[in-house]
Design a protein around this ligand. Structure first.
Ligand code: HEM
Length: 496
């Protein structure tokens, strides 16, 4: 213990808060909205903040240029992940792509996903995305107060359809319920990497009951659910392929392209793993983005009206927006970029780790250092985004009313970096665009009123979970813009 926690800071390692003997900076680490503290610390420590927590060296990267050089250009060196022993050993999540260490399995899974989620491949899901956006609007029409629940249902339905060709039931879908149960349990485990077994990995050899019977029961339950999520939807795809009832989907595509002439499916475990992780990776992130969209439109009626005007000018109320209209609706895209910038869903991306000693300028980083890129800071840099706390989509529109080319496009920052960049980035972006365009065309989003007719102001503070930042629950009014828009939605749904 003493050896592990008393590793001396090597010369050239960046400065940071002083910390205590043995525990290091354990008590300096902010427990919520860490990116704001790291941004504040930049004033004292600069672009690199070096810390040690119980022997683990950590560097906060407050410099965009350093992130581009280290995580992007020297990507092979900086693509490992911290060793999340609790996930890997106790709940059996060692196959999960976001936590895989750098190596063959990571590369295999990323290659499989890029075959199905490249920019070109992502376009093939546009029909399914459009359909789900319309169904989402139908739910908004029926039960506007439950907009946050509808965002979750829609995103889950998109993933299950695209990944497994599974059409979810409106209520109590077995896979959605299981995946949601797993997400809820995950939320009870605290910040990944903070459990004693993550800090002292050899503890995993002891039974989890040393942390209490409730904890051990949770570990067991999570392990069981994960096994089900890993195997069963995949087996169902194989079954449906055999009886000819499969809907085109990622799992089917991967099975077909990896079936040898002998009938053997090569890389089958990796196919099962990269499909099974999609739900967890996609839902919380996309739902948080949609919540931010609704919130931003509610508190900026002028921006909402302007976007609606653009849509009306193009379509004259004759139909709802389609993907083909995207090029002619740059203002909707500008709103999306501003959402990624204003309240990034993953303000610190996910931590990376270096696999060899390295130097950057005068700094020295020993192998195994954990790097946390402060994406929030890069997206709130006044030099690139004046008045960064304000929601101003016009930053991304040029003099001709087209999308401007900007030096820091938020989409290149808010989905992470280098060889660990989010593989679902294009799918998520397309899904956000069609949902936003459909909602803007059909609904007015306004603040709710109190008993005296006054606007109820939302709490604009965000909650931070394990990696995702999302608005606190809020209320809003979502009403059809006119009788004609409700009729247009019904007509569009009939054409599906
Ligand atoms: C708005 C929605 C989303 C946001 C903001 C987002 C953001 C991110 C970020 C920041 C990372 C970490 C990158 C890094 O380590 O540098 C990540 C990783 C990942 N994302 Fe997303 N994501 C979104 C949606 C999706 C979707 C729809 C999918 C799948 C269909 C997905 C699958 C993944 C996977 C598998 C990883 C792990 C990659 C790895 O470790 O190599 N994400 N995402």
């Amino acid at each position: 213990f003493v050896w592990k926690t008393s590793i001396r800071t090597p010369s050239g390692f960046p400065n940071g808060p002083k910390g205590l003997p043995v525990v290091g900076n354990l008590f300096d680490m902010p427990s919520r909205r860490e990116w704001l503290t790291f941004t504040e610390w930049k004033k004292s420590y600069g672009d690199f903040i070096g810390m040690t927590i119980l022997g683990q060296r950590i560097v906060i990267l407050n410099s965009y240029e350093a992130v581009m050089e280290m995580l992007e250009k020297r990507g092979t060196l900086y693509s490992d992940r911290p060793n999340l022993t609790l996930f890997r050993k106790w709940i059996g999540w060692d196959w999960s792509l976001p936590i895989l260490p750098f190596g063959d399995e990571l590369q295999r899974q990323r290659k499989l996903l890029s075959q199905c989620l490249s920019p070109a491949a992502s376009k093939t899901y546009n029909v399914a995305l459009h359909e789900q956006a319309l169904l989402y609007c139908k739910q908004l029409l029926k039960f506007p107060d439950r907009f946050q629940k509808h965002s979750r249902t829609m995103t889950g339905a998109i993933v299950m359809m695209i990944v497994y060709g599974h059409r979810v039931k409106e209520e109590n879908d077995e896979w959605i319920s299981l995946a949601e149960r797993f997400s809820d349990l995950l939320g009870t485990l605290g910040v990944p990497g903070s459990h004693p077994v993550d800090i002292f990995p050899s503890l995993w050899r002891l039974p989890p009951i040393i942390f209490g019977s409730g904890f051990a029961a949770r570990m067991n339950l999570m392990r069981t659910i994960l096994q089900q999520l890993f195997r069963e939807p995949y087996q169902q795809v194989k079954q449906k392929m055999a009886d000819g009832s499969i809907h085109p989907c990622i799992a089917q595509n991967l099975i077909e392209t990896h079936t040898a002439s002998t009938g053997e499916i090569t890389e089958e475990k990796s196919i099962m793993a990269c499909t099974a992780v999609s739900y967890t990776a996609a839902v919380d992130t996309t739902v948080a983005s949609l919540d931010t969209f609704i919130l931003a439109m509610m508190i900026h009626p002028d921006i909402q009206k302007k976007a609606q005007q653009h849509i009306d000018d193009l379509l004259n109320g004759s139909r709802l927006p389609m993907f083909a209209d995207r090029v002619n609706l740059p203002y909707v895209d500008a709103i999306l970029k501003e959402l990624y910038r204003w309240q990034p869903v993953t303000p610190l991306a996910l931590p990376h780790r270096n696999m060899k000693d390295d130097r950057y300028g005068d700094y020295f980083f020993p192998k195994g250092t954990m790097f946390i890129p402060n994406a929030w800071l890069f997206l709130h840099d006044e030099e690139y985004f004046p008045e960064p706390s304000k929601f101003i989509p016009e930053r991304f529109i040029d003099e001709d009313g087209k999308l401007a080319t900007v030096p820091r496009d938020p989409i290149t920052i808010s989905f992470g970096f280098g060889r660990r960049v989010c593989p679902g980035k294009y799918l998520a972006d397309n899904s956000m665009w069609i949902t936003m365009a459909s909602v803007l065309a059909l609904f007015d989003i306004t603040k709710p009123k109190d008993a005296f007719g006054n606007d109820i102001e939302p709490d604009l503070e965000y909650e931070s979970g394990a990696a995702v930042s999302r608005p606190k629950p809020f209320k809003c009014c979502i009403t059809p813009r006119s009788d004609a828009s409700a009729a247009l939605l019904m007509a569009s749904l009939e054409q599906l």
